[in-house]
Write a protein that binds this ligand. Structure first.
Ligand code: AMP
Length: 280
């Protein structure tokens, strides 16, 4: 496995692979890898001849008040996990090269990214679309793999790729969960034992919603009210949003339509912001 930090080196490696008729699957990450990321790598292996994992804590997707500086980082462990997982190249660019002093170009999706997380994090998706567009230009993958855990992110990136005629397929892999159902996230390391216990209400509330819908409930108001109520039973949990939306457009739905609806939740557990979702 090779570790590449310079953008030019990455472009050269990518061109070499493509000229040897080897297709590339890209897995963009911010590092501090867990089994969720590893499952994306497994999916990626099945979709192309070689896997490139990018590790970059992208400053432009964090607001000044957010956790950019404290975001967990462990480069050696990440590289060891990638090596074990059969990754061909880890691309580890430097922030100074990705965003030099005179940097001034951004990619912005204007519709899907304005709802849900876009309300409380107004500049977040612009940072995500910008960095992913840059990674696509540098790595030139045939396919890029993202996690269902960040459902809105995947929908926004799919829209960006379609709108900008990008020659890349967007694949989405299922959410990997802890034993008690909590979606794996690098940010889970911020949780104390007490917070961690209360955070488990999030997947439990989603499972209750699933049972309601499987029992025939179609009123999105009723399902959202129950999820909100369950989250409110925990002292440390504060709801940011609970929404049922069309999984492609992120538009609110009045009725649950199995096969089309997405239940998305964001909540604070004290000062830790967690998101999760469920496809009906
Ligand atoms: P991050 O490093 O948190 O930016 O995530 C990198 C990629 O991993 C994104 O496509 C995420 O959606 C995906 N991901 C994060 N957590 C999980 C999870 N628990 N299950 C599946 N994919 C995940």
């Amino acid at each position: 496995m090779d570790i590449v930090t310079s953008i030019q080196d990455m472009k050269t490696r990518s061109a070499g692979l493509r000229s040897g008729e080897r297709s590339i699957a890209l897995v963009p990450t911010m590092g501090f890898l867990h089994e969720g990321h590893l499952s994306l790598i497994e999916t990626a292996k099945g979709l192309a001849d070689c896997v490139v994992v990018s590790i970059f804590v992208n400053p432009t997707q964090f607001a000044p008040s957010e956790d950019f500086t404290s975001y967990p980082r462990d480069r050696e462990r990440d590289e060891a996990l990638c090596r074990e997982a059969g990754v061909e190249i880890v691309f580890h660019p430097e922030a100074e090269e990705m965003y030099p002093r005179n940097y001034s170009t951004y990619v912005s999706e204007e519709t899907l990214s304005k709802t849900l997380c876009g309300v409380s994090r107004p500049h977040h998706f612009r940072g995500v679309t910008t960095v992913v567009a840059k990674l696509f230009n540098i790595v030139r993958p045939k396919v890029a793999v993202f996690g269902q855990k960040d459902a809105q992110q995947a929908a926004v990136l799919r829209k960006m790729a379609a709108d900008l005629h990008m020659d890349v397929e967007i694949a989405v892999a299922p959410t990997v969960r802890e034993k008690d159902g909590l979606a794996m996230s690098s940010r889970n390391t911020y949780l104390s034992t007490g917070q961690r216990e209360e955070a488990a209400i999030i997947p439990r509330a989603l499972e209750t919603a699933r049972s309601m819908v499987e029992g025939g409930m179609r009123s999105t108001d009723r399902v959202m009210a129950e999820v909100t109520h369950l989250l409110a039973t925990k002292r440390r949990v504060r709801v940011i949003y609970v929404a049922i939306v069309d999984r492609d457009t992120m538009e609110a739905m009045r009725e649950v339509v199995p096969g089309r609806s997405l239940l998305a939740v964001a909540a604070w557990v004290d000062e830790v912001r967690l998101i999760d979702n469920l496809l009906f």
